[in-house]
Design a protein around this ligand. Structure first.
Ligand code: GDD
Ligand code: MN
Length: 359
């Protein structure tokens, strides 16, 4: 199967039949299935099963009695159960007209050979439109959100004009489900920011909703803010933790080796080597496991990582000396070193994100 169309639904019984019938007509002979991931507390599941029996296109229903993580969680559940090589995500309220599917799907399947792994519908490219954003407040938030996101993730969102879109196709073997956190409504943003994707955009129309009411509310603004903060901070806490444990281990090893009769210089060198290797192994396994496959080779990662750390500590020691002597900071050496450690940490983190594990 080429494509699984994932449709998250929360009380959308009024829209299900029209969505299935228009989707079936639009996709024609393409190899697709529709999976509804439903968290409704009305008759939507029954309506889906009834419609599934009456249309030729394969329709499956995943009803979650205990919904986890709302819309985002539903989309991830769809990714997990999909049979297709690609997953298309589409709203269940007809705001994403199913007639847009052929262009999205064909762009994905044609681009596959060139490495395209994400095709997103955008309201903000030539031919797209956001007519269905019911009021000025939503139009404002839509642009504002896009702007902030692009400022915070300039590289990952460089090619995206609409990272908040809810209509997209993604190649399932290109995403690491474990790394996606389904907070809030914005799974596309999550996919774009977790990993460098090979994105192509197609114009999309956001039509007015079919029947029923929107489930978006002011809480979503808070969730989106939290999602963006988490994405931005990313692996920094984990990176800091590994560095901290490495520092403690370094001291412990140095102490143990001196107890065993080594000189302090020998012990310090051995401790440095062991912690450099240990830190690297910990980073590889606990922090960047999902990025290893797409990054440079193992020895190159090790060389860059260890090399940068060594240079950083040498330069830091020199800068400490220069700062203390030139700026006469003799009574503030610990404070100066603390400031330099923070700067060094940020540099090392940035270097690992941008160079060592660059995709
Ligand atoms: N399973 C499940 N669980 N589905 C949900 C939930 C939930 O908790 N909450 C909402 N949905 C479903 C709705 O039934 C609908 O099919 C779709 O998700 C979008 O929800 P709406 O309530 O219609 O939200 P919206 O119109 O504000 O947001 C849409 O447009 C945005 C573009 O501005 C969503 O598609 C966003 O993802 C999109 O970014
Ligand atoms: Mn909607």
């Amino acid at each position: 199967m080429d494509v699984t169309i994932i449709v998250p639904t929360f009380n959308e019984s009024l829209n299900v039949e029209e969505l299935v019938s228009r989707t079936q007509a639009a996709v024609g002979s393409r190899s697709v299935e529709i999976v509804f991931v439903d968290d409704s507390n009305d008759d939507t599941p029954a309506v889906i099963l009834d419609v599934a029996a009456r249309y030729a296109v394969p329709v499956r229903l995943i009803h979650r009695d205990v919904p986890v993580d709302g819309l985002g969680g539903a989309v991830l559940e769809g990714f997990r159960v999909a049979n297709g090589r690609w997953a298309v995500v589409m709203d269940g309220d007809l705001q994403h007209p199913p007639e847009m599917l052929p262009r999205l799907i064909d762009t994905a399947l044609r681009g596959e050979a060139d490495g395209v792994n994400l095709v997103a519908g955008s309201r903000f490219v030539e031919g797209g439109s956001a007519e269905g954003l019911s009021d000025g407040v939503r139009v404002f938030f839509s642009h504002f959100g896009n702007g902030i996101a692009k400022l915070l993730f300039p590289r990952k969102l460089a090619k995206s004009t609409d990272p908040m879109s809810g209509f997209f196709a993604v190649r399932l073997d290109a995403i690491d489900l474990g790394s996606l956190k389904p907070r809030g409504f914005k799974i596309l943003l999550e996919i774009l920011c977790r990993k460098q994707m090979n994105l192509v955009e197609v114009p999309a129309t956001l039509a007015p909703r079919g029947g029923g009411e929107s489930k978006a509310d002011i809480k979503q603004v808070g969730r989106l803010t939290r999602q963006i903060v988490e994405l931005r901070i990313g692996r920094m806490p984990g990176f800091a933790l590994i560095g901290f444990i490495g520092g403690i281990a370094n001291l412990a090893i140095m102490w143990a080796l001196q107890q065993a009769g080594w000189t302090y210089i020998e012990a310090a060198i051995a401790a440095a080597v062991i912690t450099i290797v240990g830190n690297f192994i910990a980073q590889e396994h606990f922090l960047y496991h999902d990025l290893r496959a797409g990054a440079r080779r193992l020895w190159s990662r090790f060389g860059h990582s260890a090399g940068f750390n060594a240079i950083e500590s040498a330069v830091r020691t020199f800068v400490l000396w220069a700062a203390v002597e030139l700026l006469h900071l003799h009574s503030h050496t610990i404070l100066t070193q603390a400031a330099l450690l923070v700067i060094g940490f940020l540099l090392r983190y940035t270097y690992h994100e941008r160079v060592v594990y660059r995709q």
